[in-house]
Design a protein around this ligand. Structure first.
Ligand code: QAP
Ligand code: CO
Length: 168
């Protein structure tokens, strides 16, 4: 397993749309394990392959308190069950140091394959529902800052660009 480098906003590679996984082989299982290890090390609750510059539809999540419930979603598809929105203060390992309120559907169903290639269907709520939508957005080249006002997004972009210059 390996800890991978996480791309940071406004890196243009975060805008690439990830390709579906066609076969769950050793390379995909290794990617899933590396995503989990990188997420736990960060530490974070979710990480999408896009964030480590691998443009395949794979997501790792663990929203458990004890950090012992790793979830892997391959080719996840989200269906909105109810248009009612819910606000959550979101952050992102690719936007370090910033948390902002984002509104998303509260009730969703996700269909995916798990790490073993078995079909999985869940109707998550709360943080897991928020996190899944956030991570599937990454696979489509979308970031939580895209839901903010242009002014807020620009401020975050400038502050991160400045910190990237300082550590370059
Ligand atoms: C997505 O994000 C998420 O700014 C996962 O300095 C987050 O794990 C979905 C993190 C919140 C829903 C709610 C962020 C770590 C971790 C930071 C993360 C930071 C260090 C973010
Ligand atoms: Co994120």
């Amino acid at each position: 397993m390996a800890i991978l480098t996480i791309l940071e906003f406004p890196d243009s590679r975060l805008r690439k749309v990830a390709e579906p996984v066609t076969a769950i082989d050793d390379a995909i299982r290794r990617l899933a394990d590396d995503l989990l290890e990188t997420m736990y090390a960060a530490p974070g609750v979710g990480l999408a392959a896009t964030q480590v510059n691998v443009h395949r539809r794979v997501v790792a999540i663990d929203v458990s308190e004890a950090r012992n419930q790793p979830l892997v979603f391959i080719n996840p598809e989200i269906e909105v069950l109810d248009a009612t929105l819910c606000d959550y203060d979101e952050g992102c390992l690719s936007v370090p140091g910033f948390y902002e309120k984002v509104s998303r559907p509260e009730r969703i169903r996700v269909r995916a394959l798990d790490r073993d290639g078995q079909p999985l269907v869940m109707e998550p709520q709360g943080l897991l529902a928020v996190c899944l939508q956030h991570e599937v957005d990454h696979l489509d080249g979308k970031l939580f800052v895209d839901y903010l006002s242009p002014l807020k997004r620009q401020r975050i972009r400038q502050k991160l660009a400045k910190s990237h210059r300082a550590t370059a």
